[in-house]
Design a protein around this ligand. Structure first.
Ligand SMILES: [Zn+2]
Length: 608
C-alpha cells in the first residue's frame, strides 16, 4: 500500500479501535480451514495461502522491489501458479507478462573516487557523503585543472556569459546550480538553469567534467545524494558530480575567494569567470543502472455466458514491495512485505484457482492482475488501465487485495467504496457471508491500485485488513500472518467477485457499469441487489442502493420480495422476468416479507 494515502487512513484507526470493542463481543468464530502444503487446490485454504506468502516474503526475494531480480522471481512464481491453475495468459503477445517502463534505479558502483589537489596537497572525498555522482553522468575517469564558471550559464544573447574570457578546454568546471537570484525569476533564464543544459554548455566549451555545488542564497543545502542520483538518462561524454557547499568553499578559499562574495559578483548582468590556478581534480565515477522496465502478471478466465463475457471484472493485487534498505534499530535490511502484499498476491492466486475450477467459472470474464510498481506510485496498475483497450473485454469493475494478512476483530476495511453506490451493500453482504464485518475507510480514490481504476471511472475497491505497527518495516514477516483470517477475507472476496461476475440480469446495477449487456430490459433501474443463489419462495435483497427507487419505496436490505405487480415471485427466475417487464416511470406495487411480516412498497422504476 502506498504510504501517503495510508497516513489519512491511520487517523481512522482510532475510530476502528472503538468499533472493535463491539465487534469483539459479537465476533464469529472463523470456520476451521483445511490445511495442507499443496498449492493447486481449487478450495481456498489457509495452508495454501501460507505457502504462497512464505515463498513471496522469503529473504531470497529480497523484498521484491520493482525492477529487481527478487521481484522477477516473484513474477515467475505467479506465472507458474496461473499456468498450473489453467488460467489463460492475458499479457503481451500471448504471455502472462505485461511490460511497462520504469525509471531505472541508480546506485553507486564499486569504484568511485574524487580527489582534489590544492597546491600539491591531495585530498580524497567520500562518495555519498562529501559528493555524489549525478544520475546523468557517464562512467569513467577524468582529471584536469579546475576553473570556476559561476552559474555555468553562457547566454550572450541575454548579456550574461559566465564563460566569457575563460579558457575551459581540457579543464574541469566548478559551477553553481540554479540561476543568479533576481535573474532566475525571469522566465528566460529558466532553461539555462537545468543541470543538463549546464553540462552540455561545459562540453561545448571543451571542458572534461562539471562539479556542481549549491549557492549560499539557497538557505538550506539539499541532500546531495537525493539531488544526485535520480536524473537519468546520462549525457554522453561528460562526467558530472555534485559536492557539498563546504567542499566548494575549500576549493575557492585556496585562491582567496569566498562563495558568498563570488555569488554577489555574479548577480550582475555580466558573469565573472575565475581560473583557479594550482587546483586540480580527479574524478572517477561508476554508477550502476537497474532495469528500465517491470511487468504486471496477467491471467484470464473467459466467462461462460457469451452474452456478457465481453464484460470483465478485474481482480488485482500488487506483488512488489520496498526491497532492501536500512532500518533503525536492526541489522535486518530486507523488507519482506509478507502482509504488504504477499498476502494479497496469495489471495489473488487462491481466487484464480477457485474460479478456474470446474463449477467456479462465472458468466462474465475475469482478469487476474498481479501489479508491479505499486509502492512507487501505482505504476503497473496505471499502465494497465491506460492500456485497457488491450484487455479481453470492457472492464466494468475491479476488486483489489492489499494487505489481507492481519485480520483483527473480524473487521475488513473497504477502501475506495465511494467509487460506486453499490459497493456498500455488496461488500456488507459478502462480508457477512464470511463472518466478517465491513468497515468503510478511505474514500475514492483509495490508497492502492484500485485508485488507477477509480480515476478512470471504473468502480473499484480495495479489501484490506488494514495498517499496523510493522507496516513498511523489516518486521512485516510471515510469522505474523493470520492465515485463517486471510482465508475468511478471501471467502468474502470470492462472494463479492462471484456476485459481480454473475449478476446483472435485470437492471439491478446502478450507473452504467453494467449497461448494454443486452439483458436489462427497457433499461430500468430499481437499485436493489437480489440474491441469485438463494432458494425460494421469494427473493431476498442482498442490498438496496441509497437513494435508489427501491430505497425511496421503503425497501430494505434483507427484505424477501414475494410479489411484484401482483405476480407471485417463487424464485429468481420469476424475479428476473418481473423486473424485465417494468417500464421507467410506471409505478408498481412490491410486496416483501420483513422479519416474518409483509411490507408493501410502491415503487417507481428509474431509467439508467
Ligand atoms: Zn505498501
Amino acid at each position: 500500500m502506498r504510504e501517503k494515502a495510508v497516513v489519512i487512513y491511520l487517523l481512522m484507526v482510532r475510530l476502528m479501535a472503538l468499533t472493535a470493542l463491539f465487534a469483539l463481543l459479537a465476533a464469529l468464530p472463523s470456520p476451521a480451514e483445511e490445511t495442507g502444503d499443496a498449492v493447486n487446490d481449487p478450495a481456498i485454504t489457509a495452508g495454501e495461502i501460507m505457502s504462497h506468502i512464505k515463498y513471496l516474503s522469503s529473504d531470497g526475494l529480497e523484498g521484491r522491489e520493482t525492477g529487481t531480480a527478487g521481484s522477477e522471481a516473484a513474477a515467475r512464481y505467479i506465472e507458474r501458479i496461473f499456468e498450473e491453475s489453467g488460467i489463460g495468459p492475458a499479457g503481451d503477445g500471448g504471455t502472462y507478462f505485461q511490460k511497462f517502463p520504469i525509471s531505472p534505479k541508480i546506485g553507486l558502483g564499486k569504484s568511485n573516487y574524487f580527489y582534489i589537489s590544492i597546491k600539491g596537497k591531495k585530498e580524497g572525498l567520500m562518495p555519498g557523503v562529501d559528493y555524489a555522482p549525478l544520475g546523468i553522468t557517464e562512467n569513467g575517469l577524468r582529471a584536469g585543472e579546475l576553473v570556476f564558471a559561476g552559474y555555468g550559464i553562457s547566454a550572450p544573447e541575454l548579456g550574461y556569459d559566465n564563460y566569457r574570457g575563460l579558457d575551459t578546454r581540457g579543464k574541469i568546471v566548478l559551477a553553481l546550480r540554479y540561476a543568479p537570484p533576481g535573474l532566475d525569476r525571469r522566465g528566460r533564464y529558466y532553461e539555462y538553469s537545468s543541470l543538463r543544459y549546464k553540462i552540455a554548455t561545459a562540453m561545448e566549451k571543451g571542458a572534461r567534467a562539471v562539479i556542481f555545488t549549491t549557492p549560499t542564497t539557497r538557505s538550506e543545502e539539499e541532500d546531495i545524494t537525493s539531488a544526485a542520483l535520480d536524473t537519468p538518462p546520462a549525457v554522453r561524454g561528460m562526467q558530472a558530480i555534485i559536492v557539498r557547499r563546504d567542499v566548494a568553499e575549500e576549493i575557492l578559499e585556496a585562491s582567496g575567494n569566498s562563495l558568498g562574495d563570488l555569488e554577489e559578483a555574479l548577480a550582475g548582468e555580466e558573469g565573472s569567470p575565475l581560473p583557479l590556478a594550482g587546483t586540480r581534480a580527479e574524478i572517477k565515477t561508476e554508477l550502476v543502472r537497474g532495469r528500465d522496465s517491470a511487468s504486471n502478471v496477467v491471467g484470464y478466465i473467459e466467462g461462460r455466458d457469451p452474452k456478457v463475457r465481453g464484460q470483465v471484472i478485474v481482480i488485482g493485487a500488487h506483488y512488489d514491495h520496498l526491497g532492501r534498505r536500512a532500518y533503525e534499530g536492526t541489522t535486518d535490511d530486507i523488507y519482506n512485505g509478507a502482509d504488504d502484499n504477499a498476502s494479497g498476491v496469495a489471495g489473488l492466486l487462491e481466487l484464480a484457482e477457485y474460479f478456474a475450477s470446474a463449477g467456479g467459472r462465472p458468466r462474465r470474464s475475469l482478469v487476474f492482475a498481479a501489479f508491479s510498481g505499486e509502492e512507487k506510485g501505482t505504476l503497473g496498475s496505471t499502465y494497465f488501465v491506460a492500456n485497457r483497450g488491450r484487455a479481453p473485454g470492457r472492464i466494468v469493475a475491479m476488486v483489489n487485495l492489499d494487505m489481507i494478512g492481519r485480520l483483527r476483530w473480524n473487521s475488513l476495511a473497504v477502501f475506495g467504496w465511494t467509487s460506486w453506490p453499490a459497493w456498500r451493500p455488496l461488500a456488507d453482504a459478502a462480508c457477512s457471508s464470511a463472518g466478517l464485518e465491513a468497515n468503510y475507510g478511505v474514500m475514492a480514490p483509495g490508497p492502492s491500485d484500485e485508485s488507477a481504476f477509480e480515476m478512470n471511472g471504473i468502480p473499484a475497491v480495495t479489501l484490506s485488513t488494514g495498517v499496523h505497527g510493522d507496516y513498511h518495516t523489516p518486521y512485516d514477516e510471515w510469522t505474523k500472518i493470520n492465515p485463517d483470517g486471510a482465508a475468511a477475507v478471501l471467502r468474502a472476496a470470492a462472494a463479492l467477485v462471484d456476485y459481480l461476475a454473475s449478476a446483472g440480469e435485470a437492471g439491478e446495477f446502478p450507473g452504467d457499469a453494467f449497461a448494454g449487456d443486452g439483458l436489462s430490459g427497457d433499461g430500468v433501474y430499481i437499485g436493489a441487489l437480489p440474491d441469485y443463489s438463494g432458494g425460494g419462495p421469494g427473493v431476498t435483497l442482498l442490498g438496496v442502493v441509497e437513494d435508489s427507487p427501491a430505497a425511496q419505496a421503503g425497501l430494505e436490505t434483507g427484505d424477501r420480495v414475494v410479489t411484484v405487480s401482483g405476480k407471485e415471485i417463487s424464485g429468481i427466475e420469476d424475479y428476473v422476468r418481473a423486473v424485465k417487464g417494468l417500464h421507467p416511470g410506471e409505478r408498481i406495487q412490491v410486496i416483501a416479507e420483513r422479519q416474518g411480516r409483509p411490507v408493501s412498497a410502491s415503487l417507481v422504476p428509474g431509467k439508467r
